[in-house]
Every structure is written in C-alpha cells, then in structure tokens.
Design a protein around this ligand. Structure first.
Ligand code: AMP
Ligand code: TRP
Length: 330
C-alpha cells in the first residue's frame, strides 16, 4: 500500500474549506492508502500562541478529524511535537535549501506583507519543516488544498536534492489535489480564500457553527444580482457565484454541470436557501459528533498518544538511515 501523510495546524476555527478541501478527501483515501494524519502544532508557532489554548486546539483538530470520518482503526492520528524526527530532519534539509527557493514561496510573501524585516524566521522557513513532515514518513502522496501545492513542490525538490547528495533515500512525493472545492473562497469576498484567520466570522462556516449560524452566514453571503447561469463558462467572471455553486456541488457530490442544470435561472435568494439546507444537513452530524468527542478529552489524548508512538517508531528508523548517510553521530 502506498503511504499518505497530511496535516493541519491547530489554530482554531476549522472551517468548511478545511473540510471540503482537505478532510473530506482524507476520509476517502483511508481504504486505499496507509494514512498518517498529523496535527502540526509546531507549525502553529509561526504565529503567537497561548500555551493552554494551543494544547486545547490540538485536541479540537483531532476531534474534527474523527468527527469528519477519519477512522483510527485504519489511519494513524498523531501530533507533530511528540515526534522528534520531524524537527531533526528539518534542520538537515535546511542545509540543502537555497534561499532562492524560499524566496519564491508565495504564502510567505502574502503573509509577510510589506514589512519583511519584522517577520520571524520560523514563518519564512516553515515550508522546510513541512517538507521534513512529509519526507520523514517516506510518504508517496500528500492530499492538500490548492494553497499548499507550492510547498509540496518544494518538498519534491528537497527529496531530489537529498537523494542526489547522499544517495537514493526518499521517495519523491506527489501532491493530491482533489475535487473542485480545493479552494473554497470567503463568503464575503469571492477572490480571497476562506481562512481561519479572517477577522470577519461571516467569511467562513466553522465546523462548530450551529444550524442558525450556517443559515445566517449563507443568507448574508455576497453575490451578484444575476440569476444562476446554465454554463460553467458563465461563472468565470462571477467569483462569489462560482464559490457558492462549487460548495453546493462538493457537498452534494455532484458535478458543477449537474448543479447548474438543476438550478439555472434561479435567483440567488432561492439557491442560497437550498445551499443552507444542504450545508446544515451535511455538517450537523459532524458538529454534533465533534461536540460529543470534545466532552471526553482523556479519550482523545489516548488516541493521539498511541498514534504518536507508532509514528515515532516509524520515523526513527528512517531518521537513523538519514543520520548514517549524512555522517552524523549514531
Ligand atoms: P490550514 O487551515 O492552513 O491548516 O490548512 C489545512 C488544510 O486545509 C490544507 O490542506 C489546506 O490546503 C486546506 N485548506 C485550508 N483553507 C482552505 C480553503 N479555503 N479551501 C480549500 N482548502 C483549504
Ligand atoms: N502547511 C500546511 C497548512 O498550512 C499544514 C502542513 C504542515 C502540512 N505540514 C504538512 C500539510 C505536511 C501536508 C503535509 O495547511
């Protein structure tokens, strides 16, 4: 079986984009791959975190994984900071990373804005840690949303760089970018992605939102005055309309064409009502399960500890090989 690694940062506000762009696909992959799904808490340190809240957020993300359908009897759930091989490999990879590669990372440019000198090294170098996350498992495939594609490409370059310097060691992993909701956009601005950190809560549907909140947010979502068109092409210059249609298609497991055929000519007021009903029907069982899981933190901790132990054992064997090849003390 081929191996999968993917991860999510424990930075609160998991949303519909995380579900449709990542988690839903992770669930679908469990039967055909050996899966490692990690809560990447070291990545969260690239922004200031409150220590107690960070640990609670790790549990919350793990609950979301399970509530969305990750089955711990099939997939390994683990926590990055409990598995030291991630950071050890990260240092070694950083010694093979030209600054020119890092300077191309668009996510850093977006997050850093104008005042680059004030940004912290961790935010800049985080794609190298992400590469280590993936390579230390010898992962073959990495399911992520569109926004992470460039980081997986850097990972591939680093695998090749290590292999050519020290001999064939790492498989070169493939990004798996699935479905047409690989990029769910903000409900307030169809040109920005739905994000955990958006200051407006109306921009996203959180995995903890109840039915009333979902209804209100979809009703208030930005649209244009035109009704739904009957072709995909006609959606191209209408980012908000396109986003709502894509969300509908992804939740209903239908193609964009099917959704448009069924709803062409409808006003957005009508379509939004149907979208809200569908979203509530799909998300409510997940949020209920999530609340139930969060009421028993000891159980979640036990799952994460067992998974992290398994991941630690696997990654230590690969790390030993790396150290031997590099000439480090064993
Ligand atoms: P993050 O929220 O940045 O920790 O991302 C966790 C996973 O969710 C990654 O695979 C992202 O690509 C995916 N993701 C985050 N935001 C979105 C979005 N708006 N649309 C689709 N996928 C997303
Ligand atoms: N950087 C990813 C994000 O912000 C999270 C992540 C960290 C990740 N390490 C990873 C995703 C390894 C896939 C594989 O979404």
């Amino acid at each position: 079986m081929k191996r999968i690694f993917s991860g999510m940062q424990p930075t609160g506000n998991l949303h519909l984009g995380n579900y449709l762009g990542a988690l839903k696909n992770w669930v679908a992959l469990q039967d055909s791959y050996e899966c490692y799904y990690c809560v990447v808490d070291l990545h969260a340190l690239t922004l200031p975190q409150d220590p107690e809240k960070l640990r609670a957020a790790v549990r919350e993300v793990a609950c979301a994984y399970i509530a969305c359908g990750i089955d711990v009897s099939k997939s390994c759930l683990c926590v990055q900071s409990a598995i030291p091989a991630h950071t050890e490999l990260s240092w070694i990879l950083s010694t093979l990373t030209p600054l020119g590669w890092m300077n191309r990372m668009t996510q850093f440019k977006d997050k850093a804005g104008k005042d680059r000198d004030k940004q912290l090294l961790g935010l800049y170098s985080y794609p190298v840690l992400m590469a280590a996350d993936i390579l230390i498992y010898h992962a073959d495939c990495v399911p992520v949303g569109e926004d992470q594609k460039q980081h997986v490409e850097l990972t591939r370059d680093l695998a090749l760089a290590f292999n050519s310097r020290y001999g064939e060691t790492f498989p070169v992993p493939e990004p798996l970018i699935m479905g047409f909701a690989a990029r769910v956009m903000s409900l307030r601005d169809g040109t920005k992605k739905m994000s955990k950190s958006d200051i407006s809560d109306y921009a996203r549907i959180n995995l903890t939102d109840d039915a009333d909140a979902i209804m209100l947010k979809i009703r208030k979502a930005k649209t244009d005055p035109e009704p739904l068109p009957d072709t995909i092409k006609a959606l191209e210059k209408r980012p908000e309309a396109q986003n709502l249609v894509s969300i509908y298609a992804s939740l209903a497991d239908q193609s964009l064409e099917t959704v448009l055929t069924q709803h062409a000519g409808a006003q957005f007021s009508t379509f939004k009502q149907e979208l809200a009903d569908l979203t509530i029907a799909k998300m409510e069982p997940l949020t209920a399960r999530m609340r139930q899981l969060m009421s028993d933190p000891a159980e979640i901790d036990a799952i994460l500890n067992a998974g992290s132990e398994k991941a630690d054992a696997l990654t230590q064997t690969y790390l030993q090989e790396v150290k031997r090849r590099v000439g480090l003390w064993l």
